[in-house]
Design a protein around this ligand. Structure first.
Ligand code: NOJ
Length: 563
């Protein structure tokens, strides 16, 4: 089975860093490369293997680096290329791998290519971007994520034409249909691989191919632009070409960010025989607590554990024979995992955070942890629009204001939904600004750093969330069956406990996770075994078990080896 073929990126644990919020060493309130270098021993101590860095390239920061103005240089606020080289060699000497972020669906409007492209209709770079000449009338509607008016076409007076931007007006979409554009991107990828970088996370990669006739949105999409954007006509041709011309020449990993990709399409991206990508992030879980197609609005009723289980069980099945999954509960675009998927009240916070660690580390698929989740960082839940820095929140606030829609409801929504919840600075210790910066941080620090949610306090406590995280990483690393073993769901209809087994050759594990704030007893009689040896528990009460009956404390996580 291809899915069983051993690979370093299947066995590794990934740690994602949002550089702006990790560690400032210059006093400008913004995290930097030297800050990451300074913290490499800490990262190594977690037991993780791979660091994914959100974009660190030159950028005017309209979307915090997801708007690149030069693919081959470093953002001045973050440091220099020499500092990057030092960071990379610091990682290598510790046996850590580096995955960078490739943002190639769009550039910044300040990129040289776009500056040229917009100058005249016959400019050499004109065809690097998507243009619609105004004499053809208003272009067919395209929806934009961050535009204040939700319109993805922006009129540019200079050449009397509209350019396409699926994200902000300062993020024009590249025209991959032009072979020169693809060559430029492959060249940028090679530049970083030749430096020794170990892979790329690829931003909104399913969006790169467009129908360049720009038709009206076909009816079958029922108004859903994300689905339409994610299945452009030449998508798989481009991915395969990139694989053949660049990716396959190096021992690297790729993980696509894949909004819009549904189960039935999963293998088209990661089936080894097709030679495209290694893994991708699906969005089914990220939509679970949202209101239908309204990705930014929370749904009114609470999501159910049976829905959560179904999403993971279905995706596991998609990769059972071929391909490989990626497991994540949070990143820089979504709220903090403990606040979102469990319970961050003081009473349940510890078990909640560690139960979620246990989940990611006992599932099949490479686990991705977002910085700060290892110490159980929580949503910031800002009260005022002034505290938000994210273009997404700010522009939507403006849009609602113009349309006289309740801003009170919106601000309440953002307390749970906003991306800035996950972008507050890393909480290192009890000192000013949690040890992130000596000066004013670019975004407010969550005040709970002073109540134990910081690295220093937790490093000195063997029962802390951080200590558990490290132990649990070792449990995964020392049991290959937790990486490659077959996943089988138990107690499918139970709304309190998520239970499953992992089976690999003669190894078998039972995982029980409570998503309930009450003590819960379950009978696990769908499987048979002689003994259940407890490998780890996140609660002070290790476990209460008699035969097939298990009693779990609120948010308790138990991992057993079965014989
Ligand atoms: C997805 C990235 O993760 C997000 O942060 C960004 O705003 C958009 N893509 C646009 O690049």
């Amino acid at each position: 089975m291809a899915a069983m073929k051993r690979q370093w990126w299947k066995e590794g644990v990934v740690y994602q860093i949002y550089p702006r919020s990790f560690q400032d060493t210059t006093g400008n309130g913004i995290g930097d490369l030297n800050g990451i270098t300074k913290r490499l021993d800490y990262i190594k101590s977690l037991g993780v293997d791979i660091i994914w860095l959100c974009p660190i390239y030159q950028s005017p920061n309209d979307d915090n680096g997801y708007d690149i103005s030069d693919y081959k240089s470093i953002m001045a606020e973050f440091g220099t290329m020499t500092e990057f080289d030092a960071l990379l060699s610091g990682m290598k000497s510790r046996g850590l791998k580096l995955v960078m972020d490739l943002v190639a669906n769009h550039t910044s409007d300040e990129h040289f290519w776009f500056q040229e492209s917009r100058k005249s209709r016959d400019n050499k770079y004109r065809d690097y971007y998507h243009w619609w000449p105004a004499e053809k009338g208003t272009p067919p509607k395209r929806w934009s994520y961050f535009d204040v008016d939700g319109n993805a076409w922006k009129y540019d007076k200079l050449t009397d034409a509209y350019y396409l931007h699926y994200f902000s007006v300062k993020q024009p979409d590249l025209k991959w249909e032009n072979p020169k554009v693809r060559e430029e991107i492959y060249d940028a990828i090679r530049f970083w691989f030749d430096k020794g970088v170990d892979g790329f996370r690829m931003d909104v990669i399913p969006f790169i191919s467009k129908d360049i006739e720009y038709p009206e949105l076909p009816k079958k999409y029922k108004g859903n632009f994300v689905s339409y954007y994610s299945e452009g006509p030449r998508l798989h041709e481009f991915l395969h070409e990139m694989n053949q011309q660049v990716l396959s020449k190096y021992d690297i990993m790729t993980v696509g960010e894949a909004p819009g990709i549904t189960l039935d399409k999963a293998l088209d991206f990661v089936n080894e025989d097709r030679q495209e990508l290694n893994m991708f992030f699906h969005f089914d879980l990220m939509s679970l607590d949202r209101d239908g197609d309204e990705v930014f609005w929370m749904r009114q009723d609470k999501w159910r554990l049976t829905e959560f289980k179904k999403i993971h069980s279905d995706w596991d099945k998609a990769f059972a024979e071929k391909g490989w999954g990626s497991m994540y509960l949070s990143n820089h675009d979504f709220p903090r995992s403990v606040s979102r998927w469990a319970n961050d009240s003081p009473e349940h916070w510890h078990n909640s955070a560690t139960m979620l660690h246990t989940f990611l580390l006992t599932m099949k698929g490479t686990p991705y942890f977002y910085f700060g989740d290892e110490i159980g960082m929580t949503n910031a839940r800002f009260n005022s629009i002034e505290d938000y820095k994210d273009i997404n929140t700010i522009n939507r606030y403006e849009l609602l204001k113009q349309n006289n829609i309740s801003l009170v409801d919106f601000l309440e929504n953002e307390k749970e939904a906003a991306r800035d919840n996950a972008r507050t600075p890393m909480q290192w210790d009890n000192s000013k600004n949690a040890g992130f910066t000596a000066e004013d941080p670019w975004i407010k620090v969550n005040t709970n750093f002073a109540s134990g949610i910081n690295v220093e306090t937790q490093e000195n406590d063997s029962a802390s969330v951080l200590s558990y995280f490290k132990k649990m990483v070792q449990v995964r690393k020392s049991h290959l069956g937790l990486v490659y073993g077959k996943y089988d769901l138990l107690l499918a209809n139970n709304e309190e406990i998520y239970a499953y087994t992992r089976t690999f050759e003669s190894e078998k594990y039972l995982i029980l996770l409570s998503f309930s704030e009450k003590e819960t007893t379950v009978e696990v009689n769908e499987i048979s075994y002689n003994k259940a040896l407890l490998l780890i528990s996140n609660d002070k009460v290790k476990a209460e078990q008699s035969n097939t009956r298990f009693k779990l404390k609120p948010y308790q996580a138990l991992v057993y080896e079965l014989t």
